[in-house]
Design a protein around this ligand. Structure first.
Ligand SMILES: NC(=O)c1ccc[n+]([C@@H]2O[C@H](COP(=O)([O-])OP(=O)(O)OC[C@H]3O[C@@H](n4cnc5c(N)ncnc54)[C@H](OP(=O)(O)O)[C@@H]3O)[C@@H](O)[C@H]2O)c1
Length: 304
């Protein structure tokens, strides 16, 4: 049995990872998050309520478990909160990573870290390859880039999976994402303003979890892009959601990002070139529109 520690197991990706690893018989799962376990399914793995900012507790736990693999999904992920609370962002997105990295270095533990398209400024004019130059335009992106650099410059066996605008269903959590926000708003007959000047390749959370699994299984080394394969404006994404769920598109109003007066700047266009991940970790290539149908079927089966 291999032991995997999954941090952030109450989060969108963390939950999908616990579910996915539960289906893999050769893994013993240790799920870490703060507070109560919010997953519906609480059997077949160990859950630890732990604040990762408490490093003594974290290292004691890791030393007891002695994992073969750590998948570090936990992060301060609210981009505007990171801009407004920069010290808190540094502690969670940089210091905690440094602590986990130091543990991995000492024990030669494989580390899978999650990063973001927001390390780029979005001004390249075309999609990004893994080796393109980072130039974050907000504090969240900067914190994730700094954590990447620490890992890349270390001797720890690792993979860093960068991803974009993740969506999916979360147990016991009202944290929304682009698809659920559009769907729920339109179902409630609510008008929404959606930006036309941010281009993304949205990622289905189940696909990201599978990519993590593929990277762990192949002990992939280096940086890998993980997303869907269609570059769309967030406005186009919203229209596709309305189409998929047969909702009223007239409720969706196109706006420029500047009209929203958000605390953190957003990069303009951040699609990924997926060739390296397809070649090296066998990442399946999916379009957003196709995965939206899969997500719709998932929601329908839960309602049935
Ligand atoms: N979601 C996206 O669109 C996106 C895009 C690009 C990259 N990423 C990266 O992908 C990774 C996973 O994202 P996600 O969407 O799954 O994030 P998420 O849903 O926000 O989950 C993060 C989890 O980390 C937990 N956490 C935060 N601070 C903690 C602490 N001090 N101690 C213990 N747990 C703590 C959170 O706990 P609470 O639930 O209690 O808050 C949450 O459950 C992150 O590294 C993120 O930067 C995400």
């Amino acid at each position: 049995m291999k032991k995997v520690v999954i941090t952030g197991s109450n989060g969108l990706l963390g939950q999908k990872l616990v579910k996915l690893f539960l289906g893999k018989p050769d893994y013993e799962i240790h799920a870490l998050s703060r507070g109560l376990n919010r997953l519906d399914d609480q059997k077949g793995y160990k859950y630890y309520d732990i604040d990762l900012l408490d490093n003594d507790k974290l290292i004691t736990l890791l030393t007891q478990v002695l994992p073969d693999v750590i998948i570090h999904t936990a992060a301060m992920t609210n981009v505007d909160a990171c801009e407004l609370q920069q010290e808190e962002c540094d502690r969670m997105n940089i210091e905690v990573v440094a602590n986990i990295l130091a543990y991995c270095d000492k024990k030669d533990t494989y580390l899978l870290h999650l990063s973001t398209d927001f390390i780029f400024d979005g001004e390249k004019g075309t999609i990004y390859k893994e080796e393109d130059l980072a130039n974050p335009v907000n504090y969240y992106g900067l914190s994730k880039w700094k954590s990447e650099l620490m890992i890349q410059e270390s001797n720890v066996p690792h993979a860093i999976l960068r991803t974009i605008l993740v969506y999916g269903l979360v147990d016991g959590n009202d944290r929304s994402n682009i698809v659920l926000w559009v769907k729920n708003s339109l179902e409630a007959n609510k008008e929404i303003r959606v930006v036309t000047d941010q281009l993304r390749m949205p990622t289905y959370a189940e696909d990201l979890a599978e990519a993590c699994w593929l990277a762990v299984e192949s002990r992939a080394n280096g940086v890998f892009n993980v997303s869907s394969n269609e570059l769309m404006s967030i406005y186009e994404i919203a229209l596709a959601v309305a189409d998929a769920f047969a909702l009223d598109k007239k409720l969706i109003h196109p706006v420029a990002t500047s009209a929203l007066s958000l605390p953190a700047k957003r990069p303009f266009s951040t699609g990924f070139d997926l060739n390296k991940s397809i070649d090296e970790i066998n990442l399946p290539s999916h379009s957003f529109t196709d995965r939206l149908q899969v997500f719709k079927n998932q929601l329908n089966s839960l309602e049935a």
